[in-house]
Design a protein around this ligand. Structure first.
Ligand code: ATP
Ligand code: MG
Length: 557
């Protein structure tokens, strides 16, 4: 039964409306719906709508339907239906009963269209699509009536039947609502409500060759399902008039209300399925779930957690104000989540061999590392330590100033969880590249500080004898400009360096058993997860989820 808003749930202008409706006993149970068109995978903008619609249902102990808005047979596909169900579930939400489909209502919608015709409120127009556009007028000029507007209901019914029976070619006729060609709202200038499409539909096959338009379908589907609050984005604000007009002029009991909120726009990303599809088709990314895509599946593969995305949606809130959210806001949410929950591991992405000259050849000991510095309950693990280890190439310099808190010739650092070492010399290849560093270790320094030795810093390492090799994929933003969607050719703003593949990283052995869905902090580097596409039994491929610190990207660009 519907209750009051749980006190820990986010309040916004829509929950205020619901509170008032409940106070006036307009409804007993709050019913919302999430109505994606199955013409692509869901993106981060959809996550906002999902959290809002399903979140309201949860807060008020109501229900939320998942309804596929599948009225355009040309673009829709069951692959998209499956991915959408998976993504909604993964985000942590469950729809009421079975998923619904607008196509379930084709028969009823057809009946309501006939009702409008019988009432003299719809007519079959034979203007071409171009002529219809021309006759519609502009924002400053009224439209003009189609010469076919005054047909009788009988004539219209007969023509509509011919459309339905496939006797009229595509584009040669359509059904239009008869409203007002001089309305200040363009959507009210006799909108098209049915069109001819000779295309197989993913659910109804070739049963229909006329398909209802969104504005006609959506309000009726909401009414059939008993939706109380139909929540959509601001671009449908004007269309609310049409939503109400249709429901007022057909014989239907329930009349839901539409409310609009502002879309999520996220910097350096695209929130349009059509454009995301282009990235996939052009092979710019390796699929809808490419870790650089801000699709739900891309974020999942990248290592985002459902909780981090829900938290992001909670933080951005719900208003009617158009705005663009910084990518950093999304990144903070996953960084905070993983800082709290991801176990720590050591991994060296660009290995440089360090030989400890005074450490006995063949000796191996184990050192103990904490899985999480702030969570003792996550336990410890044993790491093999020996004469040869790998360190990060950038952690060694022959000379450096005081700001460089890592290994320098003649100076000391601590190897994390192990000994203090001093760099003595380095070997170079013919081209002058450093290939090996020789050092001396302080045997008494294991896990303790000792007088007279002040290491400049702590660096991570991996045993050169025992480790796993891996490919590590480092990502930067997919676009070079903050608002790629606004560019004439958004493909021209692709960042050519958005993916860097590191082939020969070395990881501590415990990561050999890591599986997709797990996340780790590679100490001093960032958060990483096994890639779900390229990781196999033999191959290990890790994705960078997010760097440890916010600024690493900005500094590079
Ligand atoms: P796209 O342009 O990506 O296809 P759409 O709005 O056409 O987006 P739908 O599948 O029709 O996609 O969207 C389903 C629901 O998600 C709608 O209620 C829509 O308003 C909402 N939605 C889509 N994009 C966003 C966004 N960027 N922010 C918030 N809600 C969104
Ligand atoms: Mg759409």
């Amino acid at each position: 039964m519907t209750g009051e808003l749980d006190s820990d749930r986010p309040a916004n202008f829509i929950t205020q409306i619901i509170d008032e409706d409940l106070a006036q006993q307009k409804y007993q149970v709050i019913k919302t719906r999430f109505p994606p068109e199955p013409n692509g995978y869901l993106h981060i903008g959809h996550a906002k709508s999902i959290c809002l619609n399903f979140g309201i249902a949860e807060s008020y102990r109501g229900t939320c339907n998942l309804r596929f808005d599948d009225t355009n047979p040309v673009k829709e596909d069951t692959e998209y239906v499956d991915s959408i169900k998976r993504d909604v579930n993964w985000l942590g939400f469950q729809w009421d009963g079975e998923p619904r489909y607008s196509s379930d209502y084709f028969e009823k919608l057809h009946g309501y269209a006939r009702e409008l015709i019988e009432k003299g409120l719809a007519y079959v127009d034979e203007l071409s699509p171009d002529e219809i556009r021309e006759y519609r007028g502009t924002l400053t000029e009224p439209g003009k009536n189609s010469p076919y507007r005054e047909r009788t209901p009988e004539e219209n019914l007969a023509l509509f039947e011919k459309m339905k029976n496939g006797e009229i070619a595509e584009g040669k006729a359509c059904l239009r609502a008869k409203i007002d060609m001089s309305s200040p709202f363009m959507c009210m200038r006799d909108p098209v409500i049915y069109r001819i499409r000779f295309a197989d539909h993913h659910r109804t096959g070739n049963k229909w060759c006329i398909y209802p338009m969104y504005d006609f379908t959506h309000c009726i589907s909401d009414a059939i399902e008993g939706i109380t609050h139909s929540i959509c984005t601001l671009e449908f604000q004007d269309n609310r008039r049409l939503y109400d007009w249709v429901l007022e002029h057909i014989t239907i009991e329930h009349h839901p209300h539409q409310y609009e909120f502002s879309r999520l726009n996220l910097e350096y990303s695209i929130t349009s399925k059509r454009k995301l599809n282009l990235l996939v088709k052009e092979g710019i990314v390796d699929g809808w779930d490419d870790p650089r895509m801000t699709t739900i599946s891309g974020l999942r593969r990248r290592g985002y957690t459902p909780a981090s995305i829900r938290e992001f949606c909670r933080r951005i809130g719900v208003t009617k104000q158009e705005n663009t959210v910084e990518m950093g806001a999304l990144e903070s949410c996953i960084r905070e989540d993983l800082n709290e929950n991801a176990e720590r591991r050591m991994a060296v992405l660009d290995p440089l061999e360090l030989v400890i000259d005074n450490y006995p050849e063949g000796k191996e000991e184990t050192v103990t590392a904490m899985n999480h510095p702030l969570k003792e309950e996550l336990g410890t693990r044993e790491l093999p330590f020996g004469k040869r280890v790998f360190i990060e190439r950038e952690d060694f310099r022959e000379e450096a100033n005081k700001k460089f808190k890592r290994l320098v010739l003649g100076k000391e650092v601590r190897l994390r969880y192990a000994y203090i070492v001093r760099a003595d010399s380095c070997e170079k290849d013919e081209a002058g590249n450093i290939i090996r560093v020789h050092c001396t270790y302080i045997p008494e320094s294991l896990g303790t500080e000792i007088p007279d030795h002040k290491p400049k810093g702590v660096i991570h390492w991996v045993s050169a004898e025992r480790h796993v090799k891996a490919e590590v994929r480092l990502y930067q933003r997919l676009f070079l400009v903050p608002n790629p969607g606004a560019q004439e050719d958004f493909l021209a703003t692709i960042n050519p360096d958005s993916l860097k593949i590191v082939k020969d990283a070395v990881l501590e052995e415990s990561l050999a058993n890591a599986v997709p869905g797990q996340s780790f902090q590679f100490e001093r580097t960032g958060y990483f997860c096994p890639d779900s596409r390229y990781s196999g039994d033999s191959a290990k491929v890790f994705n960078l989820t997010v760097a440890l610190k916010e600024d690493s990207q900005k500094a590079q660009s």
